[in-house]
Design a protein around this ligand. Structure first.
Ligand SMILES: [Zn+2]
Length: 123
């Protein structure tokens, strides 16, 4: 499951930060997720609950901010914002069209990354 391994990685990053600051508990974790990562926020929240069970991050709230995907056209060089269709979630296929010249010769430049932006801890 895509979300579970991702949730576990988030937990490890948050835990390492908390340990560095001698925190007893992590209360909130702020995330930025690119829309094109295909991560489903609800599934991620459930997975995060499982991944943090019994740890210092147990009960921590996951605050997720979704960043839109961006593509650059190889033909006209312009940048378009893209969103995923439901089929993309089902098939994992991501084919994007330039909004300026309708070329399909495009490259994803943003929206594929996810990272922990901040955490809230209790000392
Ligand atoms: Zn174009």
């Amino acid at each position: 499951m895509h979300e579970f391994s991702f949730a576990y990685n988030i937990f490890k990053v948050a835990e390492a930060t908390a340990i560095k600051y001698n925190a007893k508990k992590i209360s909130e974790v702020y995330l930025e997720i690119g829309e094109l990562t295909l991560i489903v926020p609800d599934l991620l929240k459930q997975s995060f609950k499982m991944a943090t069970h019994g740890s210092i991050a147990e009960g921590a709230e996951l605050v997720i901010e979704i960043l839109p995907g961006k593509i650059q056209c190889r033909d006209c060089g312009k940048i378009s914002t893209v969103t995923l269709s439901e089929e993309s979630y089902l098939t994992g296929l991501q084919l994007f069209q330039c909004r300026h010249c309708e070329s399909k010769n495009t490259e994803i430049i943003e929206g594929k990354k996810a990272n922990v932006k901040n955490i809230k801890i209790q000392e």
